[in-house]
Every structure is written in structure tokens, then in C-alpha cells.
Write a protein that binds this ligand. Structure first.
Ligand SMILES: O=C(CO)[C@@H](O)[C@H](O)[C@H](O)[C@H](O)COP(=O)(O)O
Ligand SMILES: [Zn+2]
Length: 198
């Protein structure tokens, strides 16, 4: 492995982040507004994704329930990726496709938000979770890439699609991560106003 190859990762990541910033900012602002409004109304956010996106789901839920950069009361967000008994039982008894949708049916209520991560936009269990959320009159914030895949086609005008303009899974995930932090910051600003980081 040459340093050149390592440097290329950093450069490509930085370039795609810069390119994504302008394209995604209005959609991220919409997501912040939708989440702040749901949380203010006593609703919660359910979060799901596979692999690296499962980690992103947990990362986001941790920052809402714990904190991001400012001290505040806990906000209700649940990662649907963590309960291995539920995940293994549903995958074993039904199908892997239903591991998130069953939990959306169990926990989701009208007005809640599903935050769904899929870099391809095509993961069956994330697609099924979105179907279950839409059936329950929940709103969806989807973070995707690669043109948005099947997820891009199923969202309604009431939902938010944050589709990273890139085709490489790792780069898309890296943009998802900075987007998670921008959303957490946006929610804090909506709650408390601007801060010293501005
Ligand atoms: O983190 C990575 C690759 O960077 C992997 O774990 C990746 O998340 C997994 O292959 C996922 O199953 C991909 O699913 P998706 O993003 O297409 O929905
Ligand atoms: Zn990864």
C-alpha cells in the first residue's frame, strides 16, 4: 500500500463532500425542520440501515438520546439495528427483509419519522421498513447514493431524500456521516439558537 493510495482516499472523500454540500444542503435543511417539528410534537425517530449504515443508525440515535455538542435533554431516537434477539428471531422465523419493518410496525406511530440509510437505495429490509413507515403515516428521511435506487422511487413529496451524488459506497457513507452531524447541529440550533461554532 503506497502513501499515494491512502492520500487518494482523503482527497476523493474531501472532493465528494464539497460537491455534495451544495446539492444536499436544502434537503438536509428540510430534514432538520421535519425532525425538529416531529420531536417538538412528542414524536420519535426510528433509524435503520445495514453494515456501516447500521453503525450510522446507532451513531445518530446516540447523539439524540445522549448529546451532540451541547448539553440538552434526551431526545427520542431508537436504532432498529441493536436488539439481537429481535433481529435473529425475525430473520429466522420470517425473513431478513422484515427485521426492520416488524419493528416499525411495533414501535412506529403516526407522525414519527423513519431515518433510513442505504448507500445503494436497494436494500430489501430498508425498502420494507419504508413501506411499513408509509403505511403508518410516518414521514421518511432517506439517506442514499448511487441515484437513490428503489428507495428514491418510493418516497412521497412529504418525505426527504438526501441522495449523495456518488457511486462508491465508502464515499457515500462518509457524506452520510457529516450529514448526521449537520442534522444534530441543526436540531440543537432549532432548540437553543446559534452558538459559538458558527
Ligand atoms: O460499510 C460497508 C462498506 O463501506 C458495508 O458494511 C456496507 O454497509 C454493507 O455492505 C451494506 O450491506 C450495504 O448496504 P446498502 O448501503 O446498499 O443498503
Ligand atoms: Zn464502510
Amino acid at each position: 500500500m503506497t502513501n499515494q493510495r491512502i492520500l487518494a482516499h482523503f482527497h476523493e472523500s474531501a472532493e465528494i463532500k464539497i460537491q455534495s454540500a451544495t446539492v444536499l444542503a436544502p434537503h438536509i435543511a428540510q430534514a432538520i425542520e421535519m425532525m425538529f417539528s416531529a420531536l417538538s410534537n412528542g414524536n420519535k425517530i426510528l433509524v435503520c440501515g445495514n453494515g456501516g449504515s447500521a453503525a450510522d443508525s446507532q451513531h445518530f440515535a446516540a447523539e439524540l438520546v445522549g448529546r451532540f455538542e451541547r448539553e440538552r435533554f434526551p431526545l427520542p431516537a431508537i436504532a432498529l439495528t441493536t436488539d439481537t434477539s429481535i433481529l435473529t428471531a425475525v430473520a429466522n422465523d420470517y425473513s431478513y427483509r422484515e427485521i426492520f419493518s416488524k419493528q416499525v410496525q411495533a414501535f412506529g406511530q403516526e407522525g414519527d419519522i423513519l431515518l433510513a440509510f442505504s448507500t445503494s437505495g436497494n436494500s430489501g429490509n430498508v425498502v420494507a421498513a419504508i413501506e411499513a413507515a408509509l403505511e403508518r403515516e410516518m414521514r421518511v428521511v432517506a439517506m442514499t447514493g448511487k441515484g437513490g435506487g428503489a428507495i428514491g422511487k418510493m418516497l412521497t413529496d412529504a418525505d426527504v431524500h438526501i441522495c449523495v451524488p456518488a457511486d462508491r459506497t465508502a464515499r457515500i457513507q462518509e457524506v452520510h456521516l457529516v450529514t448526521i452531524h449537520a442534522i444534530c447541529d441543526g436540531i440543537d440550533v432549532a432548540l437553543f439558537g446559534g452558538d459559538a461554532n458558527e
